[in-house]
Design a binder for this molecule. Structure first.
Ligand code: PMP
Length: 326
């Protein structure tokens, strides 16, 4: 999506400037607005960090043109990096745990990238290790490592947040976003806290995920179907700073599944599970604020819809809850 009206030299220039749309189910007194990130050329929010990280890494000389980018990724980041790498004269190699959707892996390959699968049970930690091993075997290779790279959060600080700020004339009362790496939420939190320290910041994860351990809570780790957010090992979530977060929302898969269906049927949003979890948490914040239980500096709540449900149709997102494979 772009608001540019002139011809553009490549798809890289269409990253960002996504629409901000009111969630119809939100209260009139405190509307929720969602940034529709499937309008990016690789159809997810991760195009923003693909472009930003690679451009900055080339500028800094972390990697030179003709080199290789190796990234451990659940999928969307791979697509975002692959879109950017091809335009910036870089090769892309991705280390992907098997559980992630086949659609994403096909798209990464279509964009010219190589995909290496690691066993699901070894988790993201092992995928990260493999990526570094592979990079050390090559000259002119770099691992952006979205989980610990400040450029990830910076992409949202420099693009996502200012776009929202401009669209709402600075009147942002709360920012609510699901955390995979935490890059989206941290970048937006930094931006809006600088403008209004009282901005409410809500983190979203699936129930069964371990982000609550950052707040010294005991968590019963369980598998979840919601894709793209949550963690089973908080030592990998280096970017996440609990000091910047007012509250964490742990959304059961069952509620997320119902909201995915509702957003499509009632609001015309073909968005995936992390969007639905974000929607529920953002609506809760808005309803509390509208009911006088929560004080926000402005009467609005902002969230993101990171990607589209089309990317997960093979997993049965619109079938019954039991049939949804997650
Ligand atoms: N939703 C989806 C579909 C994602 O792929 C991701 C990234 N893993 C997120 C949400 C979370 O974004 P972040 O990594 O910035 O926390």
């Amino acid at each position: 999506m772009t608001t540019h009206r002139e011809p553009l030299p490549s798809v890289l220039e269409t990253v960002g400037e996504t629409p901000l749309v009111r969630v119809q189910a939100s209260p009139d007194a405190v509307p929720v607005y969602a940034k529709l990130e499937s309008f990016n050329p690789g159809a997810s929010i991760k195009d923003r960090i693909g472009k930003h990280m690679l451009e900055r890494m080339l500028e800094r000389g972390d990697v030179d043109p003709g080199g290789t980018i190796i990234e451990p990724t659940a999928g969307n980041t791979g697509i975002g990096i692959a879109v950017a790498a091809g335009r910036l004269d870089l090769e892309a190699v991705f280390v992907v745990p098997e559980r992630f959707s086949v659609e994403k892996q096909q798209l990464m390959r279509a964009l010219g990238a190589e995909v290496i699968n690691t066993p699901t049970e070894d988790g993201m930690g092992y995928a990260i290790e493999r990526a570094h091993e592979l990079a050390s075997e090559l000259d002119n290779a770099a691992v952006p490592q979205q989980f610990s790279n400040p450029l990830n959060a910076e992409a949202h600080y420099e693009t996502t947040a200012p776009e929202v700020d401009e669209a709402l004339d600075g009147e942002v009362g709360a920012v609510v976003a699901g955390c995979g790496t935490g890059g989206t939420l941290m970048g937006m939190a930094d931006y809006f806290h600088e403008r209004e320290p009282g901005t409410f910041v809500g983190a979203v994860e699936p129930e069964g995920s371990a982000y609550r351990e950052f707040f010294d809570e005991d968590v019963e780790h369980e598998e979840y179907k919601t894709e793209g957010i949550g963690t089973h090992d908080i030592s990998t979530n280096v970017l996440f700073d609990p000091e910047k977060v007012d509250e964490i929302f742990s959304i059961p898969d069952r509620d997320t599944h119902e909201e995915m269906g509702r957003l499509a049927a009632e609001e015309g949003h073909l968005v995936a599970s992390s969007s639905a979890a974000n929607s529920l948490a953002a609506l809760e914040v808005a309803e509390r604020a509208a009911g006088g239980e929560l004080d926000l500096p402005y009467d609005s709540v902002v969230t993101v819809f990171p990607d589209s449900s089309e990317r997960y149709l093979s997993k049965g997102v619109y079938r019954s809850y039991e049939e949804w494979e997650g």
